[in-house]
Design a protein around this ligand. Structure first.
Ligand SMILES: Cc1cc2nc3c(=O)[nH]c(=O)nc-3n(C[C@H](O)[C@H](O)[C@H](O)COP(=O)(O)OP(=O)(O)OC[C@H]3O[C@@H](n4cnc5c(N)ncnc54)[C@H](O)[C@@H]3O)c2cc1C
Length: 412
């Protein structure tokens, strides 16, 4: 079947999240004929892959999709999931983004003699000179093989499928992983009165407010969010680092796991494996809390140095003393003995670009690119964490990447 003109575009953008829409904005500015194919609804990840009490961790003023910076009444607040959906949907409306919702792309291949790419979709075939992959970077939750050792009656979820405490069966809950999602989900359950066990990982933590301002504001002034990935010696390590834990909940605050431990949220070391319904754990709670605090203190020291260097007038540093020091912690935990009825895996996600039948992925299945430009001429990617800067996978930085990619398309 030859697609009619209606299905031939200069650019097909796959994904109607913030990255796809930012690309669409710049394509629209340049008058480039394109379509955005979205398998579900605009901003679907924010609608269906976040828990009910989700709030942004980054302040609202940092939401700056191109041509549509946040201009609401609460710039120093942290939008709820529903507010983010509305912000992104309003963005699409603001420039009449040509989005087709409910169109799932099943395959992207080399196309016809004219060198166009073929996108096979649930609504037929689309041809394009250029394809922008804007499907986010969190596709498949990482679940270890030993998860199969968990007894059948225990519910297993991941950070994208967890919704709220009452959706879980009665009983105690195990959260594995202490990155942004793991800590916030563990707190969500704890604050709802559930008994929570949390296995720690390598995540660092961040202060929320320091010396009178949100830490994000200091880091922004320090150029932290403009630092390109090329300036790091080990780019792979930077891309793999777990995000700092801190929250936008309750108007924004720190997450202090030591304080939560005093309230009986039970902390454990790294989960090594599961054997016969028993967790096998490292005895490293103290080391992991100390390491998270080291980063916390390092961020404060960087801000102190910046304030000193620039002669900025700011409130004096607030003292920090750990409120709880763990002793020896259990190295095994029997799920049944503790009446654990649910396990929530929060140990990350991996990419899945398998529907792109072009040589754009490496041996790990991860997409190869230089600032969004893949090895296949005419194929681009946007929206990955650290695609170019820290903000590339976020509402603050994706616009710059999209501008760069669209300029490449326009000049190509
Ligand atoms: C827990 C969590 C907290 C976060 N907190 C913040 C924060 O505080 N601040 C911040 O700025 N960022 C935050 N982010 C990061 C980031 O903003 C989101 O990951 C964001 O959703 C990425 O936008 P995107 O457009 O790149 O991808 P997505 O939002 O994932 O959009 C991709 C779209 O592509 C569609 N799609 C996928 N495959 C296909 C296909 N084959 N065919 C058609 N459509 C397809 C999907 O339905 C989806 O709508 C957070 C992320 C997570 C996971």
């Amino acid at each position: 079947m030859t697609p009619d003109d209606e299905a031939c575009f200069e650019v097909v953008v796959i994904g109607g999240g913030q990255a796809g829409l930012a690309a669409s904005y710049w394509l629209t500015q340049r008058g480039i004929r394109h379509v955005v194919l979205e398998r579900a609804r605009i901003a679907e990840a924010w609608r269906s892959e976040r828990w009910d009490t989700f709030c942004l961790v980054t302040p609202n003023w940092q939401c700056r999709l191109p041509g549509f910076p946040y201009d609401g009444s609460d710039p120093h607040g942290y939008m709820s999931g529903a507010e983010v959906v509305e912000y992104i949907a309003a963005y699409a409306r603001s420039f009449g983004a040509p989005v087709r919702e409910g169109v799932s792309v099943h395959e992207v291949t080399y196309g016809d003699e004219a060198g166009r790419f073929t996108c096979l979709t649930s609504e037929g075939t689309f041809l394009a000179q250029h394809v922008v992959l804007a499907i986010g970077g969190y596709h498949v939750p990482v679940i270890p093989e030993f998860a199969s050792e968990i007894p059948k009656g225990i519910v297993q979820l991941d950070a994208a499928s967890y919704r709220n405490p009452s959706a879980l069966p009665p009983g105690e809950v195990l959260v594995v992983g202490s990155g942004q999602s793991g800590c916030q989900i563990a707190e969500d359950l704890h604050l709802a009165g559930r008994s929570v066990h949390l296995c720690l990982g390598p995540a660092p933590r961040s202060p929320r407010m320091y010396r009178g301002r949100d830490v994000v504001a200091w880091l922004e002034d320090m150029g932290h969010y403009d630092t390109p990935i090329e300036s790091f010696a080990d780019q792979d390590a930077v891309r793999r680092k777990t995000n700092h834990y801190v929250t936008g909940r309750d108007g924004g605050r720190e997450i202090d796991l030591r304080a939560r431990a005093l309230e009986h949220l039970r902390l454990y070391g790294y989960l090594r494996t599961i054997e016969d319904g028993r967790l096998v754990l490292a005895d490293d709670v103290r080391m992991r809390l100390d390491q998270a605090d080291d980063t916390y203190m390092r961020i404060r020291a960087m801000i102190d140095a910046f304030i000193l260097e620039r002669g900025i007038s700011a409130p004096e540093p607030s003292p920090y003393l750990p409120c709880w020091i763990p002793g020896e912690t259990p190295t095994t935990l029997d799920l049944a003995d503790h009446g654990i009825s649910a396990v929530i895996w929060c140990i990350g996600f991996r990419q899945d670009f398998g529907f792109v039948k072009l040589p754009v992925t490496d041996e790990r299945g991860e997409i190869m690119h230089q600032r969004g430009i893949t090895p296949v001429s005419g194929v681009y990617v946007l929206g990955l964490p650290w695609l170019y800067t820290w903000g590339s996978g976020r509402l603050c930085g994706v616009g710059r990447d999209a501008a760069y990619v669209v300029e490449h398309i326009a000049n190509g």
